[in-house]
Design a protein around this ligand. Sequence first.
Ligand SMILES: [Zn+2]
Length: 455
Amino acid sequence: MPDEVDLLVRADFLYPMSPGLPVIADGEVAIRGDRIVHAGPARPAGHWKPARTIARRGSAVLPGFVNAHCHTASIVFRSQTDDGTGGVGLAGIAFRMEKDISDEEWRVLAEAGCADMLRSGVTTINDIWYAPWHLADSVSRSGLRAQIAHKVFDVRLEELHRGDYTRHAHIGEARLKDGVAFAERWNGAAEGRITARIGTHATDTCSASLHREARAEATRLGIGMHIHTAQTVKEVAVIQQEQGCGPLEYLRDIGMLAPDVVCAHLSYASDADLDAMAETGARYAHCPTIYPRRGRYPRLDVIRARGIPTGFGTDWMQNDPFEGMRNAINVMRVRLGDPDYLPTAEALWLHTMGAATVLGLEREIGSLEPGKKADLILVDLNGPHLQPYYGDHPALVFYARVPDVAVSIVDGQVVLEDGRPTRLDPEAALSALDRHKPGWSRTLRSLGGRCVCCG
Ligand SMILES: [Zn+2]
C-alpha cells in the first residue's frame, strides 16, 4: 500500500543539514500536514501516494533560511545609511526619522518587507521593530514563521546623535506595556507560527530598571528576549562610564542574560564580555552583511570558540542570505589569513540550524529530518551561473543567488512558487511604497540622506 502524504518534494540534490551535513543526490522530502515524514534518497516509484508533488528538473532542496536578527519594515531607510554618513547614519538619520513614521506607513513597509523575506528564501524571521502588530498581521497572512518583539527603550532615540542619554521613564513604561500587550495578543498566533519576544532595544538605550522590568515580564510570560549589544563604540563607552564594565558583563550582572535571550552584534565585545555571555547561555545573532559596511567585523572565530550558540541574521535592508554567507566566509578568511576557515557547509548551517538554535527552535526547524516542521526551499539550478552544478556545498553557497529561490514551503504550505509569494500581493505592496516615497525622500534629505529621487 502506498504511503499517503500531502506533499512530496523531489530534487536533484537534497541538503538536509542533518548531523554530518551530507548532501544527497536524487533526494526527496515527504510531508504530512505540517511535518516532515521522510527526508532522504528518493524512494522507489509507487512508494508514496502524494496529494501533490513538486518535482523540478535541476533543483536543490534545503531548509528555509532562518534569519536570527532583522528589522523587516526598516526597508524605508534602504541605501540611506550605507555610504558617506561616517558610520553614524543609524543615529543621525534612522533614529531621527523613525519616530515620525505613521502606523499606516509601518503597515505598508511590513507587507513589502515580508515579500522581500519570502523572495529571499527566508522562512523564519526574528524581528524587533516598531508597530509589530502590522508585521504579525503580514506574517500571519504571508505564511512566514516569525519571532517578533516590540522595540522598548527609555531614551529619546532621536537625541542620541547628540549624545543625549536622558532617561524618560514614561517612554520606557509605555513601550514595555505595548510590548507586553503585543506578546499577550500574538504569542502562539497564526497556527503557532508566531512567537513573541520582549525587545529591549539596546544595552545603552534602556536604563537598568527598564532592563530588569522587561526581563521580569518576559519571564512571567514565558517568552524570550531580543537585544542589540556591543554594537557601537558609543554604547560601549557609555556603559563603561556608567557601570565600569563592558555591555555583556553589565547585562549579566543585572540578570538580563539567559539562554532565551538573542543578542545581536557583539562587534565591540571584549573577552570579558564574551566570557560573561558564555556563562549565561545567551545566544548570538551574527549579521555578516551589515558589519563590513560599518567597517567593524565581530570576532566570529573567538565567539564560536567560547561555545556561544551562533547563527546568522540579515539585520536590515539587505535580506540576502546568500550574500550573508559569502560575506562571513570572505571577511573571516581574509582576517585570519586562513582559506579553510568557515567551510561553506558550516556557513549554510549557521543560516539554517545555527540560527534555529539561536531562536530556541532547533528541535522544530533548521534541518530536514523526520518529525520536524516542513520549512524548506527549492533552489532552481538551471541558470548559467550555476552550471555545471556538481551538488556540493560550495556549488550552492558560493554560486546560488536569491532569484534562484523558486519555491518556499512553511509548515507544509507552499508560500512562494515560481519565485512569487502565493499569499501576498507584492505589486500592491510595492505601489503602496511608491505612494509614500516622496514624503520619505523629503525627510531623508533633510536629515542628510542622499536620495536623488522625488526632488
Ligand atoms: Zn538590528
